[in-house]
Design a protein around this ligand. Sequence first.
Ligand SMILES: Cc1cc2nc3c(=O)[nH]c(=O)nc-3n(C[C@H](O)[C@H](O)[C@H](O)COP(=O)(O)O)c2cc1C
Length: 226
Amino acid sequence: MPALFSPLSLRSLTLRNRVGVSPMCQYSSDHGFATDWHFVHLGAFATGGAGLVLTEAAPVTPAGRISPQDLGIWDDAHIPTLRRLTDFCRAQGAVVGIQLAHAGRKASMRRPWKHSGGTVPLSEGGWDNVMAPSARPLASNHPSPDELSLDGIAHVVASFRATATMAAYSRTAFASPSKSPTACARCGRRSFRSSCASPLRIGSRAAGALKSRCSWPHGYMPAAST
Ligand SMILES: Cc1cc2nc3c(=O)[nH]c(=O)nc-3n(C[C@H](O)[C@H](O)[C@H](O)COP(=O)(O)O)c2cc1C
């Protein structure tokens, strides 16, 4: 049997095979809630036999959404719809994970197929409290984000911690709430976490040597697994 189809054990978790579905933003949520779209999209991978199904990037705060239609996990109210989805996928034998995220300077953008550059206006559900580790804008047609203080960065880290527990209750984490819930955290290009580590993207208040800058993104790991 090819290794691809043999089980893979990761600590206490065993995947039925080594086929894992990468996180893929769908921009199809309603105020952060998973919709029928997610049920069909992710459910189909589970019925198709994937060992691991990851949700798209799910922001840990409303201001951390890429678009108004992002999947979210900042409110307990998001848990039941996620739970329905994961219960279905797990019943098909798949393990479901969630990708916790914060868009940082990439926040408040239009869905790609509604692309016209720049940010989404308030009248279309956008928000103006875009925040990032520095005031450097995403591009020339984007506003400068609010540069977070160290306390502000720590607050975002705390949001990852809070949502890791919600992820466990929605069974989108890799373990049950009674164990250590572990979710993956997004470090995509120009998103909040990678900005913390980049000398070009972090402000003077949090800048420092590489080790110091990396302490912020690395700080998410224990935050999201305690
Ligand atoms: C439609 C689409 C949406 C994506 N959304 C995310 C995302 O939410 N988070 C992320 O980390 N990567 C995202 N990616 C990147 C993929 O997860 C993956 O890393 C990338 O496609 C490379 O993997 P591949 O070589 O298997 O295609 C997305 C990719 C696609 C095509």
